[in-house]
Design a protein around this ligand. Structure first.
Ligand SMILES: [Fe+2]
Length: 303
């Protein structure tokens, strides 16, 4: 561990979408989130719990993953992270006060990591919403993760372990995929660099942890009524042991429900496993990902 700051969680993700109305309807009516107000430039927020938002959708010409935002444990951690990224030459930029306020954040900064050139935002305090959620479709557990497709999964992994405070929980033999946890967050993975389906930088999926199998079963039936297509599942990952269902949104962003992820203790955690990449080991329930639409996966906004 080369960093001196501590992650609390993956805070929120920002997606550029081509039809804000359609994507908003997907977020609420299919995925089960609550609309949580608007931000700058017609952006819309959605939440799955008491935090100000978990997703920000931004109207844009082209669908793309815009950035990930990470919550640290304290304001001291934020100061240490800022100093760390200054030290290693990533030139962190403070988010202007008004913009941070519109995001429900006390203060924040951004960096561009040098492997995929994606934008990472860090903050420690996000506004807490007291009004209970109204959408009762799904019980969200609160955990999240996302995955990006990269030509060099090993290089991204090594950089993140050496410079960004991540630990490897498991990886696929040949480094076709790695599952990284944001120390000391106990979730098996909060970020996954993946070498497939195409070896060029693209967005792969975003995932929300749910509370019970009913949440996944109900989504499975609900998507039929909305003519939403499945990308992968229902299945069970051999790595984290989680049950999963991945679906396409109107821009071919893939959204996942995931249930039952392995938890890692802060000290004495097991070593990463080198997982078999044989097809029969891909999914414990024999699920196979859809490959038909892989070329339509959105790209990445780079800094
Ligand atoms: Fe996932």
């Amino acid at each position: 561990m080369a960093v001196d700051f501590r992650y609390r969680r993956l805070g929120y993700l920002t997606l550029n979408v081509t039809d804000i109305g359609k994507s908003s309807a997907f977020a609420t009516d299919v995925f089960g989130m609550d609309a949580a107000g608007e931000g700058e430039g017609g952006a819309r927020f959605f939440r799955t719990g008491p935090n100000h938002h978990d997703i920000m959708l931004v109207p844009a010409e082209k669908a793309a993953f815009a950035r990930s935002s990470w919550e640290l444990e304290s304001e001291d951690d934020l100061d240490q992270a800022l100093a760390h990224y200054q030290r290693i030459g990533l030139a962190p930029q403070l988010v202007p006060h008004d913009e941070a306020a519109s995001l429900g954040l006390e203060r924040a900064f951004r960096i561009v990591e040098p492997k995929l050139n994606t934008i990472w935002e860090y903050y420690a305090r996000m506004s807490y919403t007291s009004v209970p959620r109204k959408n009762t479709l799904t019980k969200f557990q609160g955990g999240k993760h996302y995955g990006l497709i990269t030509p060099d999964c090993k290089a991204v992994t090594d950089y993140m372990v050496e410079n960004m405070g991540f630990l490897v929980s498991d990886y696929l033999e040949g480094w076709g995929a790695a599952l990284l946890r944001a120390f000391p967050n106990p979730n098996h993975h909060s970020f996954a660099p993946l070498g497939f389906p195409a070896p060029k930088p693209m967005f792969h999926h975003l995932a929300f942890m749910v509370e019970e199998i009913d949440d996944i079963g109900k989504l499975f039936n609900r998507i039929k009524r909305f003519d939403v297509q499945i990308q992968f599942g229902i299945g069970r990952h051999p790595t984290s042991g989680s049950i999963h269902l991945y679906i396409y949104d109107p821009d071919y962003f893939v959204w996942e429900y995931t249930l039952g992820m392995e938890q890692f203790p802060e000290t004495g955690a097991r070593e990463p496993r080198r997982m078999s990449s044989a097809p029969e080991n891909l999914d414990l329930w024999d699920a196979r990902p859809d490959t038909q639409h892989a070329a339509k996966f959105p790209g990445l906004v780079t800094g």
